[in-house]
Design a protein around this ligand. Structure first.
Ligand SMILES: [Fe+2]
Length: 181
């Protein structure tokens, strides 16, 4: 099954730096009990960050600004999806004995990845560019809703240690951001 575990190869370094700053600065990312980030809070914080970027894109007019925002969106989504696929989904699948939510989320990631690849290879001023960004935002909104309404509550109610999981997610996220910055 295709995954979103590809390096965000085309996103410029500037986007990586901006994203690293965004991730480092967000206070709501973690319910820091005992100094550890909470997995759900971290993932929700990514969802909020990407939502804000899509809103900023809707208002952006200049080509460089639109291009930079899309690079940041694609980069954030790629790193987010990678840590979910490598760490969060396998743990949730095992804890919930899940055969539905995680496979569905992986298929959705594959669809999102296809659009990311198309956007990163496209000309910002081509007519379908805005349409692709819009459709990507709709795919992401659907995916986020399913995670937040179904997967996260079930994961939270399971035996998973969200603080331990959160620490692993945060460490991997920081490593990926540092690699690309
Ligand atoms: Fe997510």
């Amino acid at each position: 099954m295709p995954t979103l575990n590809t390096e965000p190869k085309i996103a410029p370094k500037a986007a990586a730096k901006t994203l690293a700053k965004t991730v480092a600065m967000r206070p709501q990312q973690a319910d820091r009990s005992a100094g550890k980030p909470d997995a759900i809070a971290l993932l929700r914080s990514d969802h909020e960050a990407v939502h804000r970027l899509f809103l900023a894109y809707e208002k952006a007019r200049s080509t460089p600004r639109r291009k930079a925002l899309v690079a940041e969106i694609c980069h954030l989504l790629s790193v987010h999806a990678q840590i979910e696929e490598e760490i969060f989904y396998p743990e949730v699948k095992a804890a919930l004995k899940d055969k539905l939510l995680v496979p569905e989320a992986r298929v959705e990631h594959a669809g999102i990845k296809t659009l990311i690849d198309e956007l990163l290879g496209a000309d910002v001023d081509d007519e379908p560019y805005d349409a692709k960004v819009k459709v990507l935002s709709e795919y992401v909104a659907h995916h986020v809703k399913e995670e937040q309404d179904e997967m996260f509550p079930k994961a939270k109610a399971s035996s998973l240690d969200m603080a331990e999981l959160g620490a692993r997610l945060a460490a991997r996220q920081q490593a990926l951001l540092a690699q690309q910055a």
